[in-house]
Write a protein that binds this ligand. Structure first.
Ligand code: PMV
Length: 325
């Protein structure tokens, strides 16, 4: 057996056989409360999803990344390292961090809807980074994998809080706070509950939504600060509601949070509509999840799950169920 490769930039990739596939995985996420404010240091509550992305690394001629739709097997995108588009630049950032000289073809099978606020970009980055780390003999180099996912997320998100990376790499239900040093992550307890998710339109790129909030923040710093603090207080109140199964309380926190996200300008007609449809069908609360500008809403409706799902489906929206914890 060859000795353990040096752990650091430029180490030789271990793939020597075209038929050998190295696997890495990353999970999606659902932000329960606190998106956008989390970029400004406020706490946010997030749940890792069971679904996500599985990446296979294979020995190749030049570094390429292909995304495959997990439900249809169709190719969604194929990029080369030097291409000038976000997916290619994120892939280049991962390669640069983990294995700059790797001649590797990566296929990433995506079992999440893309670009709707369910953390698909971080799940892709985590899966690709883990596959590359394993392929280059650095499977245990967690910090390198984290650094690679951070670099890729900076391409997708601009100023990212790190919440998606934390969920993609670690999963679970937790409260997250960005700090100047290591982010704070505290695992949460939760009574069993089904969350209902609805995809109400295509989301805008996260980086655009984060930039639009940053622009608002630079024009109205006092006002946005109080919105961020209010959102943070809602997120900080959620762990007690989750642990006690106080779904009325959780619903109210969600409704308030959605209103504050509207004040930040990140909702859309469809997202607002999907929230109202859910509440009218008996949901205790509904809010957008993720960066907004389109994408997903989620609702909590312990006694009215079927009516809420039916009301969404009747309007042509795709729905999912998601069990917590
Ligand atoms: O990845 P998205 O679109 O779910 O958004 C992530 C959450 C934001 O707070 C909007 C950005 C961030 O990095 O925290």
């Amino acid at each position: 057996m060859s000795p353990e490769p040096r752990c650091g930039r430029g180490a030789e990739i271990e793939l020597t056989d075209k038929t050998r596939k190295i696997v890495g995985r990353g999970g999606g996420k659902l932000i329960l409360l606190g998106e956008h404010a989390v970029v400004y240091g406020q706490p946010a509550v997030v749940a890792g999803l069971g679904k996500g992305v599985t990446a296979f690394a294979l020995l190749g001629q030049e570094p390429t990344l292909e995304l495959i739709d997990g439900s249809t097997g169709r190719s969604l995108a194929r990029v080369r390292r030097g291409d000038d588009e976000p997916l290619a630049r994120a892939f280049a950032a991962i390669l640069e961090t983990i294995a700059p000289d790797a001649r590797v073809e990566v296929q990433a099978t995506v079992d999440l809807p893309l670009g709707v606020g369910l953390g698909s970009s971080a799940a892709i980055s985590a899966a690709v980074a883990r596959a590359l780390a394993k392929a280059s003999g650095k499977a245990d180099a967690f910090e390198l994998v984290e650094a690679a996912v951070d670099a890729a997320e900076a391409v997708f998100h601009g100023t990212a809080s790190g919440i998606d990376q934390a969920a993609a790499l670690g999963g679970g239900l937790f409260i997250y706070r960005r700090t100047d040093g290591f982010p704070e992550e505290t695992a949460l307890h939760c009574r069993p509950i089904t969350l209902l998710v609805c995809k109400a339109g295509k989301a805008a790129p996260t980086s655009e939504m984060v930039s639009s909030v940053a622009a608002l923040n630079s024009r109205f710093p006092e006002h946005t600060r109080s919105i961020f603090e209010s959102i943070g207080a809602l997120a900080a109140a959620a762990p007690a509601a989750l642990a006690a199964g106080e779904w009325d309380m959780l619903g109210e926190l969600m409704n308030l949070n959605h209103g504050l996200l509207a004040a930040l300008g990140v909702t859309t007609l469809e997202l607002d509509h999907a929230c109202h449809v859910a509440r009218d069908a008996g949901a205790l609360g509904a809010k957008l999840t993720g960066a907004g500008g389109g994408g997903c809403v989620y609702a909590v409706a312990p006694d009215n799950e079927e009516p809420v799902l039916k009301a969404w489906k009747e309007r042509g929206w795709r729905t999912f169920r998601f069990e917590l914890p």
